[in-house]
Design a protein around this ligand. Structure first.
Ligand SMILES: C[S@@+](CC[C@H](N)C(=O)[O-])C[C@H]1O[C@@H](n2cnc3c(N)ncnc32)[C@H](O)[C@@H]1O
Length: 386
């Protein structure tokens, strides 16, 4: 089998990242925009020692989950990867992706498919990163490329972000924002939705405030904030449910989203975040009664603060998961309960495997479908020291 060959292939399941997986003479073949149950004619794009990647030439027999994607940019755009499947099948695909990651990457053979909390599958996304394409046209990054794909609409954006995009598609946005962004080729847009009918645009707007689960939060439009606000209260509730004690830590705290709720349940709270501006907002959002460290987690594990004993440690790392130093700190400091919020099933599975082999029991694992139409999935795992 070499690049350029055309072969017939049945898709068995989805894998992390959203590709469909099939087998050609026992060799794994990953196909973008495929659905489990599809029978396809594919062209091999790339071969490696023990797997290959292929593109769909023709759908010979479509999976029963296939639907016509309503977005005219789907397939070319690098954002959504599952819009060709009905929503129910997207959810079951994600449950299997997570269970497979726990079994394979986490080496936890008994892992079962976790429950998933669904969402309205359209008009949900509160935060988007736009790029300036040719002639300053607004765009997203094209699939499997660094090029910008000009777009004029996006059905997963919350109102009023969707309307802002439609109104500003073309060269107008470039002229509007070009100077303020000082030559940057991209910018963030955020819209709280609900009663707030504004879209907040980096380069034009700075700080914004909103209420979530009954608490006020301020943050900078450029900085990290959850991009799906409608499911966040359920995630906060699960991450904080049934726990209290003397001391907790909110690690990778961002602007203090979880810390604001943990503060009420624990006598003392430490919030750690490497982005100094985000930590400044955390001080405002969580309040003066917590302790803060503007450090990388790797550096913080060596600090005096990290030598305290914690009843609950909540971690919410970026996609790469916990750094080895942070895993080692958890396993030596041995808090009785660890909460892990994750946006990447593979790094979560790797870290879960280490925690379980280090003496923790995975007490629960729940998925939240923060990003319908994409293969991304948010998870909460809770570990109890045995
Ligand atoms: C997924 S976000 C979570 C933020 C927050 N928990 C929330 O839900 O809004 C991850 C955060 O970790 C921070 N971060 C990334 N790498 C870090 C590191 N090595 N040490 C400390 N913070 C880090 C990022 O700046 C970001 O704010």
């Amino acid at each position: 089998m070499t690049a350029g060959d055309s072969v017939e292939l049945s898709i068995d399941r989805l894998v992390a990242g959203g590709d469909g997986l099939g087998f050609i003479d026992g060799i794994a073949c990953f196909v973008a925009l495929a659905a489990p149950g599809d029978r396809l004619l594919v062209r091999i794009r790339e071969t490696r020692r023990d797997y290959c990647k292929a593109d769909i030439v023709r759908i010979l027999e479509p999976a029963s989950s296939r639907v016509v994607p309503p977005c005219p940019f789907y397939g070319a755009c690098g954002g959504c990867t599952l819009m060709h499947m009905d929503y129910k099948s997207q959810l079951s695909g994600k449950r299997r992706i997570v269970a497979d990651a726990f079994r394979r990457t986490g080496a936890l053979p008994d892992a079962e498919e976790p429950p998933i909390t669904p969402l309205a599958p359209w008009g949900y996304r509160n935060r988007a990163q736009f790029h300036f394409g040719p002639d300053g046209a607004l765009g997203y990054i094209r699939r499997s490329s660094n090029e910008v794909l000009p777009i004029a609409s996006c059905p997963i954006l919350v109102e009023p972000l969707a309307s802002w995009l439609t109104d500003n598609a073309g060269t107008k946005a470039f002229r509007l924002l070009g100077k303020a962004l000082k030559g940057s080729s991209r910018f963030i847009a955020f819209a709280p939705g609900g009663d707030d009918e504004n879209a907040y645009i980096q380069g034009k707007d700075g700080e914004l405030s909103l209420e979530l689960a009954g608490k006020a939060f301020s943050f900078h439009v450029e900085g990290f904030f959850q991009s799906n606000l409608s499911l966040v209260p359920a995630l906060i509730d699960e991450a904080c449910r049934g726990i209290e004690g003397a001391r907790a830590a909110d690690l990778y705290c961002g602007v203090g989203l979880f810390g604001a709720f943990l503060r009420e349940r624990f006598g003392a709270l430490v919030c750690v975040e490497q982005d100094a501006r985000a930590l400044g907002y955390a001080c405002r959002n969580v309040g003066k009664s917590a302790d803060y460290a503007a450090l990388s987690m790797e550096a913080w594990t060596l600090s005096a603060q990290a030598r305290a004993s914690f009843d609950y440690v909540l971690v919410d790392p970026p996609r790469s998961g916990l750094a080895p130093a942070v895993r080692a700190w958890l396993l030596s400091s041995r808090p009785p309960c660890i909460g892990y919020v994750s946006c990447d099933p593979v790094s979560l599975a790797r870290d879960s495997g280490e925690l379980v082999r280090g003496g923790y029991r995975l007490e629960r694992l729940s998925l939240y479908d923060f990003y319908p139409q994409t293969a991304h999935v948010e998870s909460y795992a809770r570990f109890i020291l045995e």
